[in-house]
Design a protein around this ligand. Structure first.
Ligand code: PBG
Length: 325
């Protein structure tokens, strides 16, 4: 009976009302996290060339930005910092009055309900641009752990609601969990960049965050783009170390990993719709080659349909406007 011609799948596609009724995936503004790049200085509002609509902004401009984000109903921001000076140990990353630590306070003062998530990594703070301490030609995993833990703890002390380690060092989640717990931040969750691939899609971000490695690449710590089983092991080990949310990054070329992560683990899954994914949409749109609004929605629905509970995206403000009743 369930065969053509009795079965006709087109019946439920006939009108907008029917399509709305059976729609399986709907975007909600509460799905989204908006990344922000905070820079030193005053009155800084510098456009990031490959990411139209995204800016580096100073603390005085941040307040205005946060009011807008909060009014749009976006529930969370992810903070990245551009420090005034860099050194080989990324010491501005874990300074009490570092740029992110100050930004956290500004956000919390401006819109206390906004969830403040911080990226925990050293690449924006090291002069060599790698995500940890470099010894010889290697990023030293174990020496880096304590610095990541100090960074996360300093963010929590400044009022961060959640920390998001992205350095891809083995053991970073447990190092951070321990340090948060012994310092009294038992309630601060960790969203771990668990399956973070060594991706060319981060190119525009590295312009935005001034974090391009000065030599070499990140392939000795970020994952090989070809691997799926290994991503599952990464996610599993982060969960075992205490990650509250696990992340797949980038999103679009890794929808299979988002789906697998969601199916295999009883854990919230975040997906990072990264800078290069954003830039491609903007470039095509500026050329008049695509319908930008529809493409943005289609991409984000795809990421959610794959299984993402949380989507980090530079499109968050645009989506908020599209979703407004
Ligand atoms: C820091 C970090 C990166 C991104 C998020 N956190 C860059 C990298 O690993 O090179 C990329 C985000 C994006 O491309 O939007 N390690």
């Amino acid at each position: 009976m369930n065969k053509f011609p009795e079965a006709r799948l087109r019946r439920l596609r006939k009108t907008p009302a029917l399509r709305n009724m059976i729609r399986e995936t709907k975007l909600e503004i509460t799905d989204f996290v908006y990344p922000i790049f905070v820079a030193q200085g005053d009155q800084v509002y510098d456009p990031i060339a490959p990411m139209p609509g995204i800016f580096q902004l100073s603390l005085d401009k941040l307040r205005q930005e946060i009011l807008e984000i909060s009014a749009l109903g976006i529930p969370a921001v992810l903070l990245f910092g551009l420090p005034g000076k860099k050194d080989d140990e990324g010491s501005e990353a874990y300074k009490q009055d570092g740029i992110v630590q100050q930004a956290i306070k500004v956000v919390k003062d401006t819109a206390s309900e906004l969830i403040v998530i911080t990226d925990v990594c050293l690449c924006e703070y090291t002069d060599h641009g790698h995500c940890g301490i470099v010894s010889g030609f290697n990023v030293d995993n174990d020496k880096t752990l304590s610095l990541l833990a100090m960074t996360a703890e300093s963010h929590a002390a400044a009022g961060a609601d959640m920390v998001a380690p992205s350095a891809m060092m083995d053991g970073q989640v447990s190092a951070i969990r321990n340090s948060l717990d012994i310092n009294g931040f038992i309630d601060v969750p960790i969203m771990s960049y668990s399956a973070k691939y060594a991706s060319a899609f981060y190119g525009p971000f590295r312009v935005a965050a001034d974090s391009t490695p000065q030599y070499g690449d990140r392939k000795a710590y970020q994952m090989d783009v070809s691997n799926s089983n290994e991503a599952i092991r990464e996610i599993k080990s982060d969960i075992d170390e205490g990650a509250d949310i696990v992340m797949v990054k980038p999103a679009l070329a890794y929808l299979d990993m988002i789906a697998l992560a969601k199916r295999m683990f009883n854990h919230p899954v975040a997906a990072y719709n990264v800078s290069g994914e954003y830039s491609m949409v903007k470039a095509a749109s500026q050329n008049g080659w695509i319908d930008e609004e529809r493409v943005i929605q289609e991409i984000l629905i795809g990421i959610k349909r794959a299984g993402a509970d949380i989507i980090i995206t530079y499109h968050a403000k645009e989506v908020a406007r599209l979703l407004e009743p």
